[in-house]
Design a protein. Structure first.
Lengths: 110, 114
């Protein structure tokens, strides 16, 4: 499959806990993105991390990138019910398109 | 700023029927993308336009799918005839020219083929 691998496929946590999801890929990349998709909605861009960055923060989100292991992780701290969504990583393919992973379905229980 | 608009939001058809989806990108965005997202999977790029020219349609099943962007603004994606496996959400996205890493997605059209 040309899509990246994300794990876990599904994750259920209590409100206030942290959620970590991972993305692995096979070819060298110069950046990687994370998106969120709420049920029945389009995708919303969260963070882009470049290959020369190891970590990037945005509010309660923290993304890491390990190019030697060809993997990235997305950490959501102090999760809220509103964080319930599917999360996708996307890696560039060539110069003008991205390939999306299979996603992690996160459910945050109130 | 208005986002990417898509219509209809939902469509149910019988197999072998035809269906068309419409997308209006963000004003000024020259690049438009159509993605297919099957349940439980990530979006898969079907076709990418830059203005009214096709940049990539390598994963578009051309025997049944067609897309056009005649005036470099709105776009239509058509399926004729539809198969059961075409049931999916069809997402449209747009970006400024050369900014493929900053795509804005519409809400999608959920297609069910019976």
């Amino acid at each position: 499959s040309q899509q990246g691998e994300e794990d876990p496929q599904a994750l259920s946590i209590q409100e206030g806990e942290n959620a970590t999801m991972n993305c692995s890929y096979k070819t060298s990349i110069n950046n990687l993105q994370w998106y969120r998709q709420n049920s029945g909605r389009g995708l919303v861009h969260l963070i882009l991390i470049r290959s020369n960055e190891r970590e990037k923060h945005s509010g309660r989100l923290r993304v890491t990138l390990d190019t030697s292991k060809k993997s990235s992780s997305l950490l959501i701290t102090a999760s809220r019910a509103a964080d319930t969504a599917s999360y996708f990583c996307a890696r560039p393919s060539g110069t003008y398109k991205y390939i999306f992973g299979t996603g992690t379905r996160l459910k945050v229980l109130a | 700023e208005a986002g990417v608009a898509q219509s209809p939001r939902y469509k149910i058809i019988e197999k072998r029927q035809s269906v068309a989806f419409w997308c209006n990108p963000i004003s000024g965005h020259a690049t438009l993308y159509w993605y297919q997202q099957i349940l439980g999977q990530g979006p898969k790029l079907l076709i990418q336009f830059q203005n009214n020219g096709v940049v990539d349609d390598s994963q578009l099943p051309k025997d049944r799918f067609s897309a056009e962007r005649l005036k470099g603004v709105d776009s239509t994606l058509k399926i004729q005839p539809a198969k059961l496996e075409d049931s999916a959400v069809y997402l449209c996205a747009s970006s400024l020219i050369g900014e493929v890493d900053t795509q804005y997605f519409g809400p999608g059209t959920r297609l069910t083929v019976l």
